[in-house]
Design a protein around this ligand. Structure first.
Ligand SMILES: Nc1ncnc2c1ncn2[C@@H]1O[C@H](COP(=O)(O)OP(=O)(O)OP(=O)(O)O)[C@@H](O)[C@H]1O
Ligand SMILES: [Mg+2]
Length: 473
């Protein structure tokens, strides 16, 4: 498993993957690729060396809308490591709506355990499927044994021996059993051929008790990773209920139930916990929003600095209590990002700055970048609009010149008003295609070409009108 992964996730492969979605930003892509690779390298080392190697946390700095969050989003889809993305700002209002900083580690561990569980469920899928199949067959023709057991049981209440003469003679019983088996076989064949899918069967499903309102623990409960609602539902025995469902639905329910039973949950928890500590990655977005400007120690700044201090202890390495046991954070990789537009990384508390030794800058996007962003990435903006309109049977196309003009107008807007990076393209495209999107149902069956003339007609006036553009673009 590890070998396969280290072959696949070379730095070159990682940047190549990111290139499919993000234009430019080479330095940032390389930095995260190296950091990810080093995690794999560390795990191949003897334990005593591995213990010493701390991850090189990364700070991505760059103006708004140039791809910082996008890189994180794509990474999370690529890596098989436990990965979570959080916004630093959500910790600034602890006690009101915010959460304590340590909860990010609990979330990471939770994600990791779920990943392991998912994998283990995958591993037992076949066994679970075959057990579910047996259960469905049982539901179709109940085994005789059940009936016998009931009658054996009954004498306890009636005080009578099961009357021998009530039972069928041995050879008849055998015959009946044979017949039952052959019916079962026939049904099994039909089942496997998918001919019974719509038929209803009665199965027992366990219902987990539902709490109408979430049960809140007092402060500190979350710290311990205790969820009262969950605890209670664990204590109340699961109710079984007979329900009549189609075989297709029954299979789904039973397979999930059997898989749950087959998976060793304790082992999954331990493995997940270890994986989070060794391979976990936490992406902290909007870090600049918890930086504070100088000495004005009042109101929100106090809370921001508090968040930084809490972050610091986690990034430096501490133990966080989780539902699955204590988790050390020393080897978790942290990637932080922020625009640091007014405030600089040097406005963070010094110790925290030191904990992000790798700085990468993402540059502002120029006209050419914007033009490429319109068309090159997989599922680019242009592709998205084409796809949307194709559902109305309208074939949308863009001339090369049109793309160039859109990009150049977007760049102009970014220069002359605020630079919002690639986000500018969204508003431009929306304005450009407003009419076509409205008229699409009537244009069904036609092709619509967006050419330079159309772009200029739609957008140039808007861009030139300094009053209107503030609101529209
Ligand atoms: N270099 C790029 N290549 C392709 N798409 C990009 C690029 N930069 C930004 N985008 C697109 O622009 C939008 C905004 O980008 P993103 O969310 O990454 O901004 P950000 O750098 O995190 O900005 P902020 O500092 O405001 O959070 C997204 O839809 C993203 O796909
Ligand atoms: Mg962002």
């Amino acid at each position: 498993m590890r070998e396969g992964r280290s072959e696949a996730l070379t730095p070159r492969a990682i940047t190549a993957y990111l290139d499919r979605y993000i234009v430019g930003q080479r330095d940032a892509k390389r930095a995260v690729a190296i950091a990810l690779r080093n995690r794999i390298r560390r795990l191949e080392l003897p334990e005593d060396v591995a213990r010493e190697i701390a991850p090189k946390n990364i700070l991505m700095v760059g103006p708004t809308g140039v791809g910082k969050t996008e890189i994180a989003r794509r990474l999370s889809q690529l890596v098989s490591a436990p990965f979570i993305k959080v916004e630093a700002t959500k910790y600034t209002e602890v006690g009101y709506v915010g959460r304590d900083v340590e909860s990010m580690i609990r979330d990471l561990v939770e994600r990791s355990v779920q990943m392991v569980k998912q994998r283990k469920i995958e591993e037992v899928r076949e066994e679970a499927a075959s057990r579910a199949r047996e259960k469905i067959l049982d539901a179709l023709i109940p085994p005789v044994r059940v009936q016998e057991k009931v009658s054996d049981f009954m004498h306890l209440f009636t005080g009578q021996q099961t009357a021998k003469e009530e039972r069928l003679p041995a050879e008849e019983e055998e015959k009946a059993e044979k017949q039952r088996l052959s019916t079962r076989e026939r049904l099994a064949r039909m089942l496997d051929e998918g001919r019974l899918e719509a038929r209803e069967v009665e199965i027992e499903v366990s219902e987990s008790p539902q709490f109408g309102i979430p049960i809140m623990g007092g402060p500190g409960m979350e710290e311990m990773g205790i969820n009262l609602g969950e605890m209670l539902s664990g204590m109340i025995p699961k109710k079984k209920k007979r329900r009549s469902v189609t075989i297709a639905a029954a299979r789904e329910i039973l397979e999930a139930e059997e898989a749950e039973k087959l998976v060793d949950h304790e082992a999954a928890a331990q493995e997940g916990l270890a994986k989070a500590q060794e391979e976990g990655i936490v992406f902290i977005d909007e870090l600049d929003k918890v930086a504070s400007a100088g000495s004005g120690h009042s109101g929100p700044d106090v809370s921001r600095e508090g968040v930084q201090r809490d972050l610091l202890s986690i990034v430096e390495g501490c133990t966080v209590n989780t539902r699955y046991g204590p988790a050390r954070t020393d080897h978790i990789l942290f990637i932080a990002a922020g625009a640091f537009h007014k405030l600089k990384p040097s406005d963070l508390v010094p110790e925290l700055q030191g904990r992000f030794p790798l700085r990468v800058e993402l540059g502002p996007l120029g006209e050419e970048d914007l033009a490429r962003i319109l068309v090159e990435p997989e599922h680019s903006l242009v592709d998205q609009y084409k796809a949307l309109l194709s559902t109305e049977d309208v074939a949308l196309t863009f001339s090369e010149e049109a793309i160039k003009v859109i990009a150049s107008l977007a760049a102009k807007m970014n220069r002359e008003t605020e630079d919002i990076g690639a986000r500018r393209l969204h508003t431009m495209m929306e304005n450009l295609l407003e009419e076509i999107q409205f008229d699409a149902p009537e244009l069904s069956g036609q092709g619509v070409e967006i050419d330079e003339g159309l772009v200029r007609e739609r957008l140039e006036k808007l861009v030139a009108d300094t009053d209107v553009r503030k609101y529209l673009l």
